[in-house]
Design a protein around this ligand. Structure first.
Ligand code: MG
Length: 407
């Protein structure tokens, strides 16, 4: 059995005329909804969402029940906005943690999230954000287009990419929470998280403050920091925790509701989506094959030949292209016992310009040949006999051991 204690507060702030946030918390469900829309429509949206999610979870306290409850709230807000002209364009965020029951009756905390209201986990005074903001600026951070610092002051940081009651379909982030006794979860609207930095949130939301004290201090601190938006905070502390039997971390997108009674109208979009899905997969596979093929060809070309070069006065054998190919650099495979100054002038020039060979054996044979060409007419003092082991430095030759004797 998972149990938590809880506290919550919501406040209009110092600038707004009304409070469009709504909160709910009991011993197994906690929610914050931040409504948006003119003519008090934001209040309507957040209230509808809270009511329907609470009712849906009461009727079915499972992951699926909570998911369907949020979908029902989405459609209810949307219908209300379509029916009442003053409510046009309204919507709300929701961030919900429910103690959901699995098939074996075990309850564990599950987070559901749409919008930019946030969930944090506090453990031993350290704060960790559990939810990703569904805002334009934060999406750009995840895409690498903005740094977190740029996003914090970006003009589109408050523009939501997802909301409840905005479209027929809704994408919901669902996350199983791993909690331990003593952990706290903070749910809040952006009126709190925009006014207080993480260090302040962590300090005020942690023990030794009681939950009621912590919530009161969070709201009051946000007011003192400016209170430019409605401020909401819900705080839970776990006394006992079960581990979820099936951990979940995914974004679930609802199906569009059946809009027309005509069968064709309902089936046609489904077929189009299926065709589109197959085309996307086919395009992905072709692209992956092309990219994979490119890397195979480049690697093969980069290490497809050998060459002789001067290494500290001795002829050495390298594998690869002398100037490298992209990030593939040539690798020295072995030394030879042949001195560069015991080569004919023409062979020394050729060596300086790189002597390429198609195989390691051909390279060694050619080194032997040009050495012997010089020594036919000159007295060659041979180096003491030593053994040089081939450096297995590339994947192409890894595992091979070729020896060449000096002399
Ligand atoms: Mg807000």
């Amino acid at each position: 059995m998972t149990r938590w204690r809880y506290a919550g507060a919501t406040d209009t702030g110092l600038v707004r005329q009304s409070n469009q946030d709504a909160i709910y918390v009991d011993d197994r469900l906690a929610m914050v909804a931040d409504g948006m829309g003119g003519h008090a429509a934001g209040e309507v949206a957040s209230a509808i969402a809270i009511d329907l999610i609470r009712d849906g979870f009461e009727a079915n306290p499972t992951v699926e029940g909570l998911y369907h409850a949020i979908n029902a709230a989405n459609l209810a807000v949307l219908d209300n906005a379509r029916d009442i002209p003053d409510h046009f364009g309204m919507g709300t965020t929701v961030i919900v943690v429910g103690l959901t029951r699995d098939g074996e009756g075990v309850t564990s905390p599950t987070l559901f999230h749409v919008g930019d209201s946030r969930a944090y986990q506090l453990r031993d005074g350290a704060l960790r954000q559990l939810s990703d903001d569904h805002s334009v600026a934060e999406e750009w951070v995840r895409m690498g287009r903005l740094t977190p610092e740029e996003a914090a002051v970006h003009p589109r940081r408050h523009q939501l990419t997802r909301g409840v009651g905005v479209e027929d379909t809704i994408a919901i982030d669902v996350l199983s929470l791993h909690a331990e006794p003593g952990d706290r979860i903070l749910l809040c609207s952006d009126g709190l998280s925009n006014e207080l930095d993480d260090d302040t949130l962590a300090r005020l939301a942690s023990a030794p403050f009681t939950l009621d004290e912590a919530v009161a201090q969070l709201v009051e601190s946000a007011r003192q920091a400016g209170g430019r938006d409605n401020i909401s905070a819900v705080l839970m502390e776990f006394d006992e925790v079960n581990v979820a039997s099936v951990p979940i971390k995914r974004t679930v997108t609802s199906d569009a509701p059946a809009a027309a009674p005509v069968a064709k109208a309902a089936t046609a979009p489904s077929r189009r989506r299926r065709r589109l899905t197959w085309r996307v997969w086919a395009a992905f596979l072709v692209l992956a094959a092309v990219i994979g093929g490119f890397f195979v060809v480049v690697h093969w070309y980069a290490y497809s030949s050998y060459y002789l070069a001067d290494d500290a006065g001795y002829i050495a054998v390298y594998q690869g292209q002398p100037s490298g190919v992209l990030w593939y650099k040539p690798a020295k495979i072995t030394d030879t016992p042949y001195r560069v100054n015991q080569l004919r002038a023409a062979d020394r020039q050729a060596l300086a310009a790189t002597i390429s060979e198609p195989s390691l054996l051909a390279a060694l044979h050619w080194a032997d040949y040009i050495h012997n060409q010089f020594c036919q007419y000159h007295s060659c003092k041979t180096a003491p006999t030593t053994t040089t082991t081939v450096h297995a430095t590339t994947s192409t030759v890894r595992g091979t051991t070729t020896t060449v004797k000096r002399g």
